[in-house]
Design a protein around this ligand. Structure first.
Ligand code: 13P
Ligand code: SF4
Length: 326
């Protein structure tokens, strides 16, 4: 098969991402992309991809893209036999919880999350003991075992709504301290937090935001709620990755900064060529473990299958389903 034939077959896909992938790099991706599209048909598989996937994954091989909430919601509607989760491990677990009879694959089992790693099921039990009767709202960025010890899950896109849906004056919110503090600033409900942090968003500082405003007068600054509260206070808007993307589409700022993971601006910019994206960003080493190469191997070898202890799954599923019902 000639390289030029491959390039001409994949040219329409390259058109989608030409603003963020230099022409020299495309030949490296084209073969894997074609193989993955073929494997998806043969395996009856779909690829669910988080907004932090690199553009060749996000725009060229994925079937469903979005924030954690959208991926969880869409996972309930999948009718393929196989789901490849292009994202981190907790997202693959959530997809499996919602699709116990389907094969869910994660291309690299090391794709973890500093938030999920910050808390264990035993820690949650201890929190419950310390605060009897206080409901536990757990961010989806957590293991299935932690979800199983919780009352309800939330994402960055619905946290306030979930907290207020419980009709109580106090909740425990785990494990992201900054998300908890940022939601506490928007609601009358008292929030007891845990000291987990996202290693990507905790690195942004208020001084950095002020410097950006000085260097780029008139810039609009959007921040993810996993950022520290002092960063949120300096930003123009706070929302989940899907909310940030929707904001850019709706408000069409002339110049924008997305205080979040690096691939986010690349992916959103593809749809908004008239918006100038200023790109300070932090890479998530866990998200970046997922590549076209390991997605292809996942589908070729049907690895790595995500399985959850049924006793844990039944309780973790309840927490996720309660969230989806809010
Ligand atoms: P959302 O896409 O749900 O905003 O989450 C961001 C994130 O850090 C996921 O790991
Ligand atoms: Fe976890 Fe942060 Fe990476 Fe998301 S960006 S997977 S919250 S470490």
């Amino acid at each position: 098969m000639s390289a030029s034939a491959l390039l001409s077959r994949t040219a329409p896909l390259y058109q989608r991402v030409k603003s963020v992938i230099p022409p020299m790099e495309w030949p490296v991706f084209a073969d894997d992309i074609e193989a993955i599209l073929d494997l998806k048909r043969r395996r009856n598989a779909v690829i669910l991809a988080h907004n932090y996937m690199t553009p060749e994954i996000f725009h060229c091989v994925s079937d469903i893209v979005g924030d954690s909430l959208a991926l969880a919601r869409e996972a309930t509607k999948v009718d393929a036999d196989v789901i490849v989760l292009a994202g981190v491990h907790f997202m693959a677990e959530t997809a499996k919880l919602l699709n116990p009879a389907k094969t869910v694959l994660i291309p690299d089992t090391r794709a973890g999350c500093s938030l999920a790693a910050s808390i264990t099921a035993a820690d949650v039990r201890l929190m419950r003991e310390r605060h009897p009767g206080v409901p536990i709202v757990t961010y989806v960025n957590s293991s299935a075992a932690v979800k199983a010890e919780s009352d309800i899950c939330c994402t960055s896109g619905n946290a306030k709504k979930v907290v207020e849906s419980l009709g109580v004056d106090r909740v425990i919110m785990l494990p992201d301290e900054y998300l908890a503090q940022n939601i506490a600033a928007q609601t009358k409900v008292k929030i007891i937090a845990w000291a987990g942090h996202c290693e990507v968003h905790e690195r942004f500082t208020a001084a950095e935001v002020r410097a950006l405003r000085g260097d780029h007068p008139g810039v609009t600054i959007l921040a993810h709620p996993e950022c520290p509260p002092e960063v949120i206070a300096e930003a123009d808007y706070t929302g989940s990755t899907a909310d940030m993307s929707a904001y850019v589409g709706r408000e069409k700022p002339g110049r924008v900064v997305l205080l979040t993971e690096c691939s986010m601006a690349d992916n959103v910019s593809v749809h908004h060529p008239d918006v100038d994206f200023v790109r300070p960003c932090n890479l998530c080493p866990h998200m970046k473990r997922i590549t076209l190469g390991n997605i292809r191997t996942a589908l070729e070898e049907m690895r790595y299958e995500v399985n959850i202890d049924p006793a844990i799954a039944v309780r973790a599923r309840q927490s996720v389903e309660r969230m989806l019902a809010v």
